[in-house]
Design a protein around this ligand. Sequence first.
Ligand SMILES: [Zn+2]
Length: 312
Amino acid sequence: MMKQYIGIDIGGTMIKFALIDQAGKIGKKWRIPTNLAENGAYIPSEIAESIENELPTALESVKGIGIGVPGPISRSGETVLEAVNLGWKKLPLKKGLEERLGIPVALINDANAAALGEMWQGVSKGKRNLLFVTLGTGVGGGIVLNGKILNGVHSSGGEIGHIPISSSEHRLCGCGNINCLETFCSANGLVKTMKVVDPERAAVHPGFTAVDIFKWVAAGDLRAQEALAATIERLGMVLAGIMNTIDVEEIVIGGGLSEAGDALLAPLRLVVDAHIFPQIRGNYHVKKAALGNDAGIYGAVYYCQSVHEMID
Ligand SMILES: [Zn+2]
């Protein structure tokens, strides 16, 4: 009989659940709103309740629960160190849920989960080494080496959104540092760069977004093209630098900006190629992620299986 797992992706507005078997087939999917009251204090019990309600009979056959969390996890795997968007600080989520549900729980950072998800059931299926980058309101990352996520000594491995960028500007990052990659190459960073390139733009189009910028680029708007090119230049140089360090098989781009498809990926490939080490050039891929919002639940289940040594 196929082993069953529950994958969970905790986001700032919704918590997504899926019952997934060991072959990666989704049996059931559901979601609940994220309750941010009292610094997210009710979230763990609401997760447990939701599982009990949705799987009243199937729960006995569930071998493990993998949970993707928007923040770093302690080295022991027991505690969510911090999840700013949820209001959590040092929350022992693993033990609490295991006691309540009687099922092993594994916690993983959400970007790392998405990276594993793309490797297991997404665009990198069959690969064991990849650099995953998510370009959304921020920039997240996950590095998979020999099938395992690089979590690092301080649970900060793969935090490529916080690689420093050299610039005459002074952009304050959410992490407290100045000029991190995500202040330039997230959707918000692109909008900021558009405002630097064309200070009048916001007056004419108040509240414009990255989607508008891609529309302007497609329509031949030179200023928008300049802003996008500057963004891609910075991102491509950083990605080439990481590739020259870890030398993996492919770069996978996810998140909202990746929806622009080749308008982003084609010029990005050229910049990465220009800076990548000659031995790698021509022997790697830059791909768009395939699983969208489901990458995290797949990856959480894959991680859960791997920490319980059910797969290598
Ligand atoms: Zn930062």
